[in-house]
Design a protein around this ligand. Structure first.
Ligand SMILES: CC(C)(COP(=O)(O)OP(=O)(O)OC[C@H]1O[C@@H](n2cnc3c(N)ncnc32)[C@H](O)[C@@H]1OP(=O)(O)O)[C@@H](O)C(=O)NCCC(=O)NCCS
Length: 170
């Protein structure tokens, strides 16, 4: 398996991977594949943090980290994360997240924020965002909004998250 930056020639395949991954997901909007396309066209898109997991010539997984803001500071928003059903539980999601964190650290990002399973993301160092005074601009159970600091936690990063507007428009 290799983890690499997505390419424009991957776009159609990524759309299908995201759609299939979320088809049987516990929590979904049903439009995650459209969100990926919209984020890719937005000013929040970060090419080096939009990654695919490739096995032989097939894309088995995908992740996007895009740019949000908290109290005037740039933060990363991890979403969506997708692994094809037949490739799940083999470490692909973990590899996408961990590679993303390594790249993000090198790029100087301070933290990554995710809305997701409290049973999955803590494995990668995610903690409840409320612990740092970081909140979503919508109602969400406390344990599902999480932050992972990639550098020393900064007390400046507190307040309400400004998501890329595509999260509310798609
Ligand atoms: C969530 C998802 C990305 C995980 O990808 P994956 O490649 O199967 O994950 P990994 O194999 O790296 O799993 C790592 C660990 O998390 C566990 N895990 C996997 N999916 C999980 C889930 N949905 N909830 C809780 N734990 C989960 C695995 O058992 C494994 O634990 P272990 O190492 O102790 O055995 C994948 O299941 C998926 O695409 N789901 C549908 C879309 C979705 O829900 N995305 C996340 C939105 S927040």
């Amino acid at each position: 398996m290799i983890i690499r930056q997505e390419r424009s020639s991957d776009i159609a395949e990524i759309y299908k991977v995201v759609k299939q991954a979320f088809a049987s997901a516990e929590h979904k909007d049903g439009n995650e594949q459209e969100l990926v396309n919209a984020l890719r066209k937005s000013s929040s898109y970060i090419p080096v943090l939009s990654l695919v997991a490739q096995i032989d010539n097939k894309i088995a997984g995908h992740v996007m980290f895009t740019k949000g803001r908290v109290n005037g500071c740039d933060v990363l928003i991890l979403a969506p994360l997708s692994v094809l059903p037949e490739f799940q539980r083999r470490g692909i999601g973990s590899a996408l997240i961990q590679t993303g964190h390594e790249i993000a650290k090198k790029q100087g990002y301070i933290c990554s924020i995710v809305l997701g399973s409290e049973f999955y993301y803590p494995k990668f160092g995610y903690e409840p965002a409320s612990k740092y005074g970081i909140f979503a601009p919508f109602n969400v159970p406390d344990e599902n909004l999480m932050v992972k600091f990639l550098a020393e936690p900064s007390s400046q990063i507190c307040g309400t998250i400004e998501y890329p507007k595509e999260f509310f428009e798609v």
